[in-house]
Design a protein around this ligand. Structure first.
Ligand SMILES: *Cc1c(COP(=O)(O)O)cnc(C)c1O
Length: 409
């Protein structure tokens, strides 16, 4: 007898849970796209998105998933033949690199493995060696959603500056915006990409590119940009229609309006970041307890380098897959599949890795429900694991943010 009834719970690193309030806002007939509320709401959404990215500069919104924003970022800044340096800390940096390469960029990968953040000293050394400033841009992710490592975005900026290098600094925050602390302007990031379906709590289908003055100057140098992805008309449209190079993503705008109100007004961005940190500590505590008696292990050993939006967990071969299937079939819980962490390998994904997404619209009953269900799955399957995971998870959750910081010292 399966227990997979009741509300389905998606505990994966995107798409994340869509709040009822967002769904309710989207549940209406097509609005007027010529005049009235939708127009005002759109400009307000664009303005508030900049508050989430912490930038005063430009934003372009695309009817596309995160890959669309990756492509938009590249075609507006990089010409075929330009050299770009991509920092790889899992899979997502490589994905962006492959896209840039297909678009004609001369891509160099700086690989930091799959269980550590990018080392700013290596970035600095590579840029110092580039005496003629051939490298046009440095691309990185903030959170690599496959490895669950978090890169230190401010430290990489300092490394670029220490090398005295003029390269554009472009950051993928698709898995981290509105989860991890992020300060585009204060940290000196020239371009940020993100999507609607992770920390922003809205279905997949819209994505955003934020660009500062240096990114805008890079666009101005290009003779031609593909008309759909060109951000120039989207930044300063003389008519509303041009904001989207066609019909507006009406219902995404309505959903974003509510999601941004929840993030910026009802909770507050700093509180959103703190909530993610607290929930993440609860996940780590549970996994550490499981690991005491079995094969479970967090992919990122040092808590300081862990994402607070997603956690990648190693198991013995095959057990991650069995656990995911049990949770799906027996309990209506979807856990994140493991993405292969060996560069370019043909290793089947997911058999010894799984991920818990803890981003977006999430609270203790949701998270503890997922952790408890996984714990029950391990027992049901007879997978060896340490005891006390739930005790550890609730103890971590009961600690205030400051007490947890002290305990970590
Ligand atoms: C999810 C994700 C992407 C890809 O986004 P899609 O919407 O699936 O195209 C890219 N980068 C990171 C870091 C992500 O987490």
């Amino acid at each position: 007898m399966s227990l997979a009834f009741g509300r389905h719970f998606l505990s994966i690193p995107g798409p994340s849970v869509v709040p009822e309030q967002v769904l309710a806002a989207m549940h209406r007939g097509a609005p007027n796209i010529y005049e009235g509320d939708l127009i005002e709401t759109t400009y307000s959404v664009l303005d508030r998105l900049k508050k989430v990215a912490r930038t005063e500069h430009k934003v372009a919104m695309y009817i596309a998933n995160g890959h669309g924003a990756w492509e938009a970022a590249v075609v507006n800044t990089i010409a075929p033949g330009d050299k770009v340096l991509v920092l790889c800390t899992g899979r997502f940096g490589k994905g962006w690199a492959e896209m840039a390469s297909t678009l004609g960029a001369d891509v160099e990968l700086l690989d930091f493995g799959t269980a550590a953040p990018a080392d700013p000293a290596r970035v600095e050394a590579r840029l110092r060696a580039d005496k003629t400033h051939e490298i046009r841009a440095v691309l990185t992710v903030q959170t690599d959603t496959a490895s669950s490592v978090r890169n230190d975005i401010a430290a990489i900026r300092k490394a670029i500056d220490a090398a005295g290098h003029p390269a554009l600094y472009m950051v993928d925050c698709i898995a981290s915006l509105a989860c991890e602390p992020y300060e585009m302007d204060a940290w000196g990031v020239d371009l940020t990409v993100t999507g609607s379906q992770k920390g922003l709590m809205v279905p997949p289908g819209t994505s955003f590119v934020f660009s500062g003055p240096k990114a805008l100057a890079a666009r101005a140098r290009l003779e031609r940009v593909s008309p759909y992805f060109d951000w120039a008309p989207r930044h300063d449209p003389e008519i509303y229609y041009r904001l989207f190079c066609g019909t507006a993503p009406t219902h995404h705008i309505l959903g974003l309006d509510v999601a941004l109100r929840m993030l910026l007004e009802e909770e507050g961005l700093e509180a959103v970041w703190a909530r993610h940190a607290r929930l993440a500590r609860s996940v780590w505590a549970a996994v550490a307890a499981w690991g005491a008696g079995g094969m479970f292990r967090l992919n990122i050993a040092d808590p300081a380098h862990r994402s607070i939006a997603v956690t990648t967990i190693h198991t013995a071969e095959g057990e991650a897959e069995r656990l995911r299937h049990w949770c799906e079939r027996e309990a209506n819980l979807t856990l994140g599949i493991g993405l292969s962490l060996e560069s370019g390998s043909g290793r089947p994904t997911g058999s010894a890795l799984f991920r818990i997404g803890h981003m977006g619209h999430l609270n203790p009953p949701m998270l503890l429900g997922a952790l408890s269900t996984a714990d029950a799955g391990l027992k049901a399957l007879g997978v060896p694991h340490g005891a006390g995971a739930l005790e550890a998870a609730t103890a971590a959750l009961s600690m205030s943010a400051s007490a947890a910081e002290q305990a970590a010292e």
